[in-house]
Design a binder for this molecule. Sequence first.
Ligand code: C2E
Ligand code: MG
Ligand code: MG
Ligand code: MG
Length: 294
Amino acid sequence: CAKEKGQNSFHYFSDELQTKAERRIQLESELRIALEQQQFEVYFQPKLDNAGEKIVGAEALVRWIHPERGIIAPGDFLDIAQECDLIFQIDDFVLQSACQTLNHWRKSFLSDTPFKMAVNLTTSQLLSDNFSQKLSRVLHQYRINPSDIELEIVENELMSNYDKAIKVIRGISNMGASIAIDDFGTGYSSLSYLKALPVQTLKIDRSFLQGVPSSEPDARLLKALIQLALTMNYYVVVEGVETKQQLEFCNNYGAHSLQGFFFSKPIDAEAFEQLYQNYLTSNTSALGSIACKS
Ligand code: C2E
Ligand code: MG
Ligand code: MG
Ligand code: MG
């Protein structure tokens, strides 16, 4: 009967909750071990110019190399890391490691080619009291030109700490580093507030590429977003480019830089170096086909 069924589903529900809570606790302790044992690694995904021909930078993306479960993507652990405040240590590690890698690349194969390294940062980390000093220390340690670094921030929390955000972002801009608003279009920020932040780059979220160019309404929306960002004088990056048609679409409507599986998935530092060497020695338009194999 209905009542029994209801009770059963209640039991089922609470069992599920319990399992979820247990999994969360287990994950938290595994994350602590992972930090101690340095199980995190930074992968890099190339960013291309508007035509998808030149590599103009890379985005650093964290991976958890779990001893039993293999490579774990950030979507599976960053929420928990955020809840138990471990995200700060993870972000510190990624910033440090990305700068160390860039220092190595500059000395080995990049030399003084324009190249920007983008690092994702949790908003609470950006707004924490000592972040600017921390950034300047790391840049100094690895002799990184501040203009080679871009911090990618998701817009939501910025708006609820607006006054603080303006100050911190201004400080970072003055230092010479740039800030990008990541996943643009998915948050709820007011454009008039956004406009007042000293932010140079908008990264249009990859969800807006779905259906492009075959679906008219999807294509119109992406076109409008790119045009909006251009009108506001932003440097416009579109992420999630998976096909040649999408590349051409974004290029036609004026996006400055493109990122996506069409060019390459995020890969480890060694593979990135290889990718870059191939790109230097081969016809640049071959990049897509080289990268897609990885
Ligand atoms: P994000 O910063 O928006 O990074 C882009 C994500 O989209 C990456 O997922 C990337 O692998 C994926 N992606 C790129 N091109 C394509 C494409 O063509 N198709 C598809 N389907 N996906 C594509 P990933 O590496 O799993 O990272 C997920 C999110 O985790 C990132 O989104 C970022 O918000 C966060 N994250 C990653 N690393 C860090 C970090 O070191 N610190 C912080 N705070 N967050 C990070
Ligand atoms: Mg990002
Ligand atoms: Mg994004
Ligand atoms: Mg994202």
